[in-house]
Ligand binder design. Structure first.
Ligand code: GLP
Length: 237
């Protein structure tokens, strides 16, 4: 079942999403959370940090697995997704997560790294909740439009529209890595619950097409229609 919640502000989107994550962690403190990067979940993480500081929630027993990472950026690079997670969530908590994982974008053998990551997700028993954003081309994680849905963690050539969209975080478009490693659709759909956050008018069309249009690898997020428990929280502003 897919629930589409339209809310009136980025702040409300963030609070709604954080509440849903908190519900899962309160019911099962050792939850495995699939986490995402991008500007969409920043407010959600701010709210989770606030709740943790206020003693309303603890991640001490929780584990996390992130969706993706740029190839060639190590965790000290300020545009790496490991760095993003450390600065927006992990290092801001009073008590850290029991464990956190982000795919390694600098492994000498990326094929082995992809296999290791899928094994890690399997060993954790899959995720209890997967948080997602959506790219302008409908990507989730870095699963870009293509001829088929790829189930395993894999290395991907980024779509030109993704490179353009993400250039705002780099000094120039030339500095945006051309490749990334992403959890595949198997890992994402293996989550017990999926929570997608999106804001801004620019996301509305791709989001509606993903939720209400045909399921096609040309629009990767459309695969979420096949999952039994998806909540989309969208704010136009
Ligand atoms: C990146 C990430 C995606 C994210 C997307 C949207 O490409 N790999 O996981 O959903 O950005 O980002 P934003 O929320 O900044 O629009």
């Amino acid at each position: 079942m897919l629930q589409f919640l339209k809310v009136s502000s980025y702040e409300e989107m963030s609070k709604t999403a954080a509440e849903k994550i908190a519900e899962v962690v309160k019911a099962k403190p050792e939850s495995v959370l699939g986490l995402a990067t991008g500007s969409s979940p920043v407010g959600t993480y701010d709210e989770l940090v606030r709740m943790e500081a206020a003693g309303e929630i603890s991640f001490a027993k929780a584990r996390s697995v992130n969706l993706d990472e740029y190839l060639g950026l190590d965790g000290t690079h300020d545009q790496s997704y490991r760095y993003f997670m450390d600065t927006h969530l992990f290092k801001r908590l009073k008590t850290p997560f029991a464990s956190t994982a982000v795919p390694c974008g600098t492994a000498a053998d990326m094929g082995a790294e992809c296999k290791r990551y899928d094994q890690l997700i399997a060993d954790l028993g899959g995720t209890d909740l997967q948080l997602l954003g959506i790219g302008p081309d409908g990507h989730i994680g870095f699963n870009e439009p293509g001829d088929a849905f790829i189930l395993e963690t894999h290395v991907v050539d980024l779509d030109p529209s993704t490179i353009e969209a993400n250039a705002r975080f780099f000094a120039s478009q030339a500095e945006v890595p051309r490749r990334a490693v992403t959890m595949g659709m198997g890992g994402i759909l293996g989550a017990k619950k999926i929570l997608l956050v999106a804001s801004g008018k620019a996301k509305e069309d791709v989001l509606k097409e993903a939720v209400f249009g045909p399921v096609t690898p040309r629009l990767p997020a459309s695969i979420l229609q096949n999952h039994p428990d998806v909540t989309v929280v969208y704010s136009a502003t």
